[in-house]
Design a protein around this ligand. Structure first.
Ligand SMILES: *Cc1c(COP(=O)(O)O)cnc(C)c1O
Length: 228
């Protein structure tokens, strides 16, 4: 059974463009991050052949193997998984973006360990937007102080916020946590930050996220098929 990656890719691209139109978002204002965790390098090659450049990985060791194997494709790698403090050096050295910064200590280590030869590391703060759903992420009332501190770190570039809300079946319920994340970003920008990224929306809720202002959707299953 082989997966038709071209069909999957075009279906996801069409969903994103249709949602932009439906919710009056400017064309191409939503970027796609292809989430390739647990998928083999050959699947990444197949999606990259469709013109996709941004790939997201959750597990460091697995990611490093694929990054090395696919080095000549010139892909942009995003780390989106939980971060252990003893893994920050490899993340700082091998990724362009980190979406899952959930405490200041991790940001400080990434800042110290980002190689001088590379541009600043793009980071998003992960927010525990609907408390019950996940143990990861900053609590909402911690975000402002951490954002100010991270924005001052010279080897990081604070880009925005990321969240993984609990799955919800109906569209109105899906929208609620995304609306909250957008409101939080607007509050931060009102204090002088210039965050341009809302990393929210996955295979099952990307339309709801786009309705609420997502600038980057993280899509795995809809592109690659089910994970092992
Ligand atoms: C796995 C994962 C995704 C992709 O989820 P799908 O439902 O397969 O699209 C997105 N974001 C994060 C942080 C993930 O871990």
């Amino acid at each position: 059974m082989s997966i038709d990656f071209a069909t999957h890719f075009h279906a996801v691209a069409t969903r994103i463009r249709a949602a932009e139109q439906r919710f009056q978002r400017p064309p191409e204002s939503v970027r796609l991050l292809a989430v390739s965790k647990t998928q083999p390098a050959a699947a990444i090659v197949a999606i990259a052949a469709q013109g996709q450049r941004r790939f997201g990985e959750n597990y460091l060791q697995e990611a490093l193997t694929k990054i090395a194997e696919l080095a000549d494709l010139g892909l942009e790698w995003h780390f989106i998984g939980p971060i252990q403090a003893n893994k920050t050096r490899s993340i700082a050295e091998h990724f362009a973006w980190v979406h899952s910064v959930d405490r200041l200590k991790i940001a400080e280590r990434l800042n110290e360990q980002r190689p001088e030869a590379l541009p600043p590391l793009n980071v998003c703060l992960q927010v525990n937007i609907d408390r019950e759903a996940t143990k990861h992420g900053l609590e909402i009332d911690e975000v402002a102080a951490v954002a100010q501190a991270v924005a001052a770190l010279p080897r990081l570039r604070l880009r925005g916020l990321m969240a993984i809300p609990a799955p919800a079946a109906d569209f109105a319920t899906q929208r609620q946590p995304f609306a909250q994340l957008r409101a939080l970003q607007e509050q931060l920008n009102a204090t002088g930050l210039a965050l341009d990224t809302l990393s929210m929306g996955m295979s099952d809720d990307l339309e709801a996220a786009i309705a609420e202002g997502a600038t980057l959707v993280r899509v795995g299953t809809a592109l690659f098929g089910p994970r092992a």
